[in-house]
Structure formats: C-alpha cells, structure tokens
Design a protein around this ligand. Sequence first.
Ligand SMILES: NC(=O)c1ccc[n+]([C@@H]2O[C@H](COP(=O)([O-])OP(=O)(O)OC[C@H]3O[C@@H](n4cnc5c(N)ncnc54)[C@H](O)[C@@H]3O)[C@@H](O)[C@H]2O)c1
Length: 339
Amino acid sequence: MAVLVTGGAGYIGSHTAVALHDAGRQVVVLDDLSNSSPAAVDALRSLTRPDLPFVEADAADVDSVGRTLADHRVDEVVHFAAFKSVSGSISDPEGYHRNNVGCTAGVVAAMRAHGVSRLVFSSSCTVYGEPNHVPVTEASPIGATNPYGATKIACEELLAAEADVGGLDVLLLRYFNPVGSHPSGDLGEDPQGVPDNLVPYLMQVAVGRQERLAVFGGDYDTPDGSAIRDYLHVMDLAEGHVAALNALADGDGPTGCTAVNLGTGTGYSVLDVVAAASRVIGQPVPHEVVGRRAGDIERIWADPALAIDLLGWRATRSLDEMLVDHWRWQQRHPNGYEA
Ligand SMILES: NC(=O)c1ccc[n+]([C@@H]2O[C@H](COP(=O)([O-])OP(=O)(O)OC[C@H]3O[C@@H](n4cnc5c(N)ncnc54)[C@H](O)[C@@H]3O)[C@@H](O)[C@H]2O)c1
C-alpha cells in the first residue's frame, strides 16, 4: 500500500515525502508543477528512490487522482496541493478559491470513489485570523483576514462535513511558519517569482537576487514593533505528517475530523529573525522597515499541547538550525533548482 502526496513537488510536500520514505512508506507524488519544477522532483528522487512515482496532474481532476489511487494501491493521502500566497489571493480571490477548494473537493471525491478513508490536510494558522489571545489553541475563534485564509476555512468545513457523513477520517494540520531545508542542502524552498514569505526573501537578499528586505510594519504593539510568528523547521513539520498518518492508522487513533496545531509554541519577531539570520550568514542582511502589508496580522504563536498529546509529536529544532539549513540550501542553489 502507498501514501499519495498531492503537491509533493512543493516546499513542504517534498520534505514530507522524504520523511515518509525514511519512515518506510511507499510514496506517490501528484503535482501540476504550477509552483514547482521537474528539477524539484529530481531532487526528491535523489533523496528517496530514483523511480519514486510522480504523476503530473491537477489535484482537482477527480479522474486523474482516482487513477493514481488505484494504480498505486493508495490507502492514505496527504493533501498539500494549493496556492499559498496571501498577496496573490488578494489580487485573485476567485482563482485561489477555485484552485484550493477545487483541489480539496477533487481529492475527497476520488478518495470516496476508491474507498480511501485516511486524509491529512495542510491547513494553516491563518484560519485564526487576528487572534485576541495567544497562544492559540484549536478551540480559538476562526476567521480569515485574507482570501487565502478563507480558502483554508472553506476546505476545513468541507472536510468536516465529509467526515460527518462517514467514510473519512481527517487530521487538519494547522501549520505555523515553516522555515529551513533538508539538512543535505539538496532540497529546499524555491518559489516561482518573488517570494512572499520572510525567510526565502531574506535568503535571496543574502545571495544578491533581491536588493533589500522590506520589513512590513514597524508600528505593531510588540516589543520591537515588528510582527511576531511561530517559526518551525520544515523537517519537524514533515515529521508531524508521519506522526499524523500513524495516528490515523492506529485503531485507537482519532476518527472523524480533528484540527491540530503544528508549531513550536514560541514567537519570534521579524526583526529577531533578521538578526538571527545575519548572525548565521555572517553579514548583515540589508533591510528596511516599511508600512504594514494588507492581510498581515500582529502576532500569533501556537499552543502545541494537542499535537504532543494526540500525535506524540513536538518540534525540536531551534530557530538557528532552521536558518543554518535554509542558508545551506540557498548557498548551494543561489538561483533555485533549475539554475
Ligand atoms: N509555506 C507556508 O508557510 C504554509 C503555511 C501554512 C500552510 N501551508 C499550506 O501547505 C501546503 C504546501 O505549501 P508549500 O509552502 O509547500 O507551497 P508550495 O507552493 O511550495 O507547494 C504546493 C504545491 O502544490 C502544487 N499545486 C498547486 N495547485 C495544484 C493543483 N491544482 N494540482 C496539483 N498540484 C498543485 C504546486 O505546484 C506546488 O508544488 C499548501 O496547502 C499551503 O497552503 C503553507
């Protein structure tokens, strides 16, 4: 039997595919390469097996997903495939809704048609909107501050409703902010176009691909005025998916639809990260504090207690390890996979 990883050529999906392979699972990747590349698949194969099955297809296409489930005898799915840029979602809300909700609907329809019942879904702490209390628990109020967050809420609602009618056991993993790379330096984050997230942008400044980092907002009500997030190492996050699938496969594990935070429980400000990265890189990262960015919030970090309790998982890697590993990848691949 095998696990299908949709969006497995992307940043978190490729790292998770390696962690699943290392944990002894047969992995099948499906991706339309809309935000990744064949070179990312090659890198993934170099760390797993040269013949790791890869299907280039749209996750919203029920027939393609269904064929993949049948051809590879899939009995569990990790569904990453989605668009993820907050600013992209503000300029194209309809496209984001169509792709993100459409992929989730397509995957669920194919799973139902083929009797596959265990699903781990990539959700996000963005479903908590601007929290009125930190750390956030899974019971904290839900509400999006941007169309991307709204797509995650819509997918969570769809999956909860599907689980209610039976036949589907789902873990909604609400990720905080993944950073870092595989320790080999051979697998990393290579977004198409200009990065939307802090660390990939910062690393591109450090290798000269971008001129200077814009720190969005210096007037938040935080100790240094910049926004605070809960950064976690992408390999910790990848291992969280292995733990989630193990929990679903366990006869005493969670059934129905359950949301779980995957974060460290510690918040760092944007300026903390810039200072730590400058130390790791060995030179100051040129940056400038500018106005706030639409869709951003002031502060958020996780209460990770449920993940520890339900999945037996906790993040173990430090902010410095995240930045050291991300920097190793960026130095080895200054222009990304294809260069
Ligand atoms: N990176 C983050 O900070 C973060 C935080 C919380 C949640 N998430 C979620 O985690 C998941 C993975 O994020 P990522 O950072 O790896 O992004 P990514 O863009 O690197 O990976 C997503 C992958 O999905 C693929 N894809 C998109 N639409 C598709 C479609 N219709 N059919 C098939 N493949 C499709 C892309 O080509 C890409 O390879 C996404 O669902 C994202 O919303 C990411």
